[in-house]
Design a binder for this molecule. Sequence first.
Ligand code: TYD
Length: 203
Amino acid sequence: MVKKSVFIVIEGLDGSGKTTQATLLAEKLSKSYDVLLTAEPSRGKIGTFIRECCLYEQTRLPTEAEALLFAADRIEHMQTELKPALDQGKLVICDRYVYSSLAYQGSAGLSLDWIKTINARALQPDFCVFIDVPPEKVIERLQRKRSVMETLETQQKVREVYLKYVEKGELVRVNGDRDKQAVAEELHVKVKELLGKAQKFNP
Ligand code: TYD
C-alpha cells in the first residue's frame, strides 16, 4: 500500500457522471493506495445547510452569498476531512472543489479573482480533472428534481469557465460523453500518468 498524500479533484457539470467516475476511480486506486473519497458540498454543517436550504429553493441566493457559503464549507471540509486524511498519507479524491466555485459562481457574474481570494486558504490539489459532457446531454439526463443551478443556460456558462481552465492547463479534460467504462478507463490512465510523472508519488 503506497502511503504518499495525493489530492485529486474531479469536476464536471451536474449530471456529467463525475460522482460515478470518482467512485470508480477510488475503487481502482484503492488496490494500491489508501483512498478517501469525498465531495463538496460536504457532509459537514455548512455543506448540509447548502444542500438543504439553498440548492432546491425557487431562486438562487445572491451569488456572493453562494460563493461565501461554498468557501466556508470548503474550510470546514478541509479541517475536518481533507487535511487529516492527507496528513495520514492518504490519496484523497474530492468530487468538486474550488473550480466548482470558479465555474458556477464565476459564470453567474462574480469576479474570478474575488472567488480565488475567498478560497485562498484552500489546500492546493495535485491534479484536477474535468469530465466534459455537452450541457444539452446533462440536462436531458437529469430526470430528478433539478436544483437552482440546473438550467441549460447555467450549465453552458459553467462549461465555458471550466474549458478556460482546461486551456490554461489547470484542468485535464476527459471526454465524458461516452460509455462509463470507457470514461473510467481514460480517467484511470490519465491519473496513473500524472501520478507517475510526479516523483514524490513514485517511491
Ligand atoms: P453536486 O455535485 O451536484 O452535489 P450532489 O451530486 O450531491 O447533488 O453539487 C451540488 C451543486 O452545488 C451543483 O449544482 C454545483 C453547486 N456548487 C457550486 O455552485 N459551487 C461550488 O463551489 C460547489 C462545490 C458546488
